[in-house]
Design a protein around this ligand. Sequence first.
Ligand code: SF4
Ligand code: SF4
Length: 713
Amino acid sequence: MNRSPLAALLLFSVCWLYSSLCSATLSSNELTIVQSFFPKATRIDEKLADFPVYPVYQLQQLLGYAYESADLTDLPGFSGKPIRLLIGLDTSGQFTGVQVLEHHEPVFLHGLGQAPLYRFISQYQGRHLTEHIVVNSRKQGTSSGNKGPVYIDGVTKATVSVIIINDSILSSALQVARNKLEGFTQAPAVRARSDLYQPLGWQQLREKGYVGRWQLSQPEVEATLGQSISNYPNFDQLDDSEYFSEIFYAYLNAPTIGRNLLGRTHYQELMNSLKPGEQVFAVMSRGAFLHVPDGFKPGTVPGRLSLEQNQLAIELRDLDALDESFRFQSPETPEFDRINLFRVKGHAGFNPGEDATLQLNVELNRNHLIQDQATFSTPIRLPQELFETVAVAPVPERDSAPLWLQLWQERWAEVAILIIALTVLSLFFVRQRHYSRNAKRLHRFRWGYLWFTLVFIGLYAQGQLSVVNIYTLLLSIYDGFDIRIFLLDPIIFTLWIYCFLSLFLWGRGLYCGWLCPFGALQEMLSWLAMRLKLRQWRLPDPWHRQMILVKYPILLGLVITSFYSLTLAEQLAEIEPFKTSMTLFFVRSWPFVLYALVLLGLGLFMHKFYCRYLCPLGAALAVIGRLRLFSWLSRIEQCGSPCQLCKRRCEINAIRRDGSIDYDECIQCLECVAILQDENQCVATLQRRKRSRSIPERIASDRNHQADQITVA
Ligand code: SF4
Ligand code: SF4
């Protein structure tokens, strides 16, 4: 943007020249991007027939390759559509640039805006494929001159999209490097011999080199760091016999190693759980500095430990397959402070028959401000007799990465809390009549649950369902259903499954009355309005009946638009104030904030105004809820005629004049069920009680009444 007009003109001319010279499928815009990745380029060739990359030359010298990520990986984004990236990789394996060509990630399109996405992808420029790139917002950068992990900043609230982008960039670049870049090509692939098994104990495994050991002494670490270990408050001076770090590693795919360490059953279970091409290392350590720190999150990539082969970083990801009680099979196995199983994905192309390097990244804090860092490496060469050559090189598995599984592993605690909460709610609803007998208890439970919904489901776990999820589902059915798209967000997936099932039992009300974070927020504002004694507006019944229909055409319009243009439908979905309130906490451009505040403001005077009249998601749930199997809410003959108490007390106005419940509108607050069971409130019960009073009582009461009248006279 800062280029002079002359430079821009030159660039345009060059691009025009290229576009006329090469018959590549790159558009002129894409050619401009590739040119910016390789400013010295004088020629961009057409896409190669044998591998989908565009070679870029300066005269006759190959500078690198440009390629589209979607040609090499087909990971769907959070919206269900792939994120198309144009990537430049020079001949040394350095990223010369990454640019987004097309994406439909809602959080960037209409939430955070494009700027955080561009900021995120800009971090790859200048990074090298040999680097151990870890997305972690809490740590950033790496000390120059060493080979520790490179932490790149994630994007808060867009974790899933960012992980997908990172995976797409790295896995596609690895494929380009292995296929096209000199120095990265692999030796003939080998695999562990499945027919080779020999019972061996720990000591024998060690002697044969099947379990490797790497010892890092204190003087070695001090020499590299240039500091005495006593300068680091978290470390005590070690005895001569103690190692700073003692790491053992074993390649478990080989039966002689895996079976002997894990035992037959565990080994078989582990192998069965792996995808084709996946490999597993066991890493054990003891000493002052372990291979993963305290508080290491299971299922994630370790920052301290990395693997490198052929100059390429190979991602290790914890399998989260061991619990505290795990013990190795051999009784001679020493005690370790930490044991992890790490998976190497199929597309990483790790060749166990080739030399590799294990690296330990040591970061030590001298105080709050100063941190020293050093990376130590040890070569790994697994005994060749364990392997056999694979006749045909295995095709890198393009989408074998079960990204959804990693995300579920990372968020297992949130999912567990949610499932417990949903189970409690289901039990409560199954026995709703019993629990509603005590109105106070009902109110306490409901308010407790609404707070949980707002704070945990909405603000913390980001579990606000949206009409956009419905587009994604319909478009996915239209384009070919792929469950992986929906599994990418474990909280949303769990909520949708539960919501869907509950629609057949209780109708729309269970979600709208108990599990919708924005709905909960509105209920809280209504409560506040009552406390402030704000006058409540109630539309006359005929008007209300007309107004509740407004949300259906909104839903229909949005769904039809999504088939025409997903982008437009996503923009129109801004009728939902969810993103502004729940995702972005009102930190957004003012028109969106104003819109959300107006809706919430209206809710102060009209209970759940947005839910009743506008919400397209509520409309969709009401439509599906029509298929519900039961009408659980109790009614009696007198409801509606003569009694209108429940109708008056139903804040959402979901009870018709004749006393029947409109389940399309009802939010299952159970207020009417409580009234019906409260013998001091339900008019029918009061009448019955009055009638059943004994005749003598009535006569006595009449006499007293007459006496009172005489006294007054
Ligand atoms: S109507 Fe919409 S906003 Fe209201 S509770 Fe239901 S889904 Fe949530
Ligand atoms: S009062 Fe009854 S009808 Fe009205 S929303 Fe609550 S449960 Fe539904």
